[in-house]
Design a protein around this ligand. Structure first.
Ligand code: GRG
Length: 278
């Protein structure tokens, strides 16, 4: 699946405006496209045609991009660099960046609603998308993160990551399982894999934040500037690396246990994520 084409095609019917330019600016700025690829890997593992998941894959990447635009705003992290380019509000202006995020979030649901799947599956998948992105999911995680206490423990930080990072990694896994006709309990098992993946991914992000330059990462590393408590500041670099390795290993082991699922592709993706340098 050509994910870049999928993303631009998904916005082709949106009327031309400065907001559309701003949405496209961030959506087409690159990014690793981990979330759409996770969804396609689950569908392939269950032997389902990936075309039925394409609108959901695009929707999740749009929601992810909106969250990055809003996270970079002066009222949040106030960052200047994202995906190797000036952040959206630096390139356009603050009001346009807010609207671009709003536009991507709402357009995501419009896109998902057009998926060529049975109505019952579509409703289930759209509900998951909303729960994972909204005030019971990623938005809740962002809220916890903004109100972090100075004496936060590892368990507190785990909770922030479960919601802020894990939910949007769980969404493609869960939606892939829904579109493959799997049971609610199996969908919930995929949710748990996403939680583990989110924590591993975030610990890795925190390690990269102190070991790589902003140029290498293509984004500002504002955690130190904002004096954020991270897993690395709590556990130290070595213990954090070990924790991250254990979590990725646990992800692989759980993925390998799903019945009727050909896991090689997805496990290969987890290996590639673990090996990432940005
Ligand atoms: C503003 C509602 C709202 C939420 C913001 C996503 C997020 C929550 C904040 C961004 C900062 C951050 C460290 C988020 C954790 C998730 C994460 C590591 C995002 C970056 O994902 P990648 O590495 O980014 O997949 P690319 O650019 O490759 O798509």
């Amino acid at each position: 699946m050509d994910i870049e084409k999928l993303l631009t095609d998904s916005l082709s019917d949106v009327c031309g405006s400065r907001v559309k330019d701003s949405m496209l600016y961030s959506l087409t700025a690159g990014g690793k496209r981990i979330r759409p690829n996770l969804l396609f890997a689950v569908l392939k593992g269950y032997g389902i045609d990936e075309a039925c998941g394409a609108p959901f894959a695009a929707a999740i990447e749009m929601i992810h991009t909106y969250s990055l635009i809003h996270d970079d705003l002066p009222a949040m992290d106030n960052d200047d660099l994202r995906r190797g380019r000036p952040t959206n509000h630096r390139q356009f202006d603050e009001a346009t960046a807010i609207l671009a995020g709003d536009g991507l979030l709402t357009e995501a649901f419009h896109t998902a609603a057009g998926a060529p799947v049975p109505a019952e599956q579509a409703v289930k998948a759209i509900r998951i998308l909303s729960e994972m992105a909204g005030p019971d999911g990623m938005v809740y995680g962002q809220c916890l993160d903004m109100n972090e206490a100075a004496d936060s423990t590892y368990d507190d930080i785990r909770k922030v990551h479960k919601y802020k990072t894990g939910c949007l990694l769980s969404a493609p896994l869960m939606i892939g399982a829904v579109l493959s006709g799997r049971s609610d309990s199996e969908v919930e098992e995929w949710h748990q894999v996403g939680d583990l993946l989110g924590l591993a991914f975030q610990i890795q992000d925190d390690i990269l934040d102190i070991t790589a330059t902003a140029e290498e990462l293509g984004k500002s590393n504002s955690d130190a500037r904002n004096e954020k408590i991270t897993v690395v500041t709590l556990l130290g670099e070595e213990r954090s690396r070990q924790e991250m390795k254990n979590l990725y290993a646990e992800c692989r082991s759980r993925i390998a246990k799903f019945g009727g699922f050909e896991s090689d592709l997805l496990i290969g993706m987890i290996d590639a994520i673990e090996a990432r340098a940005k």
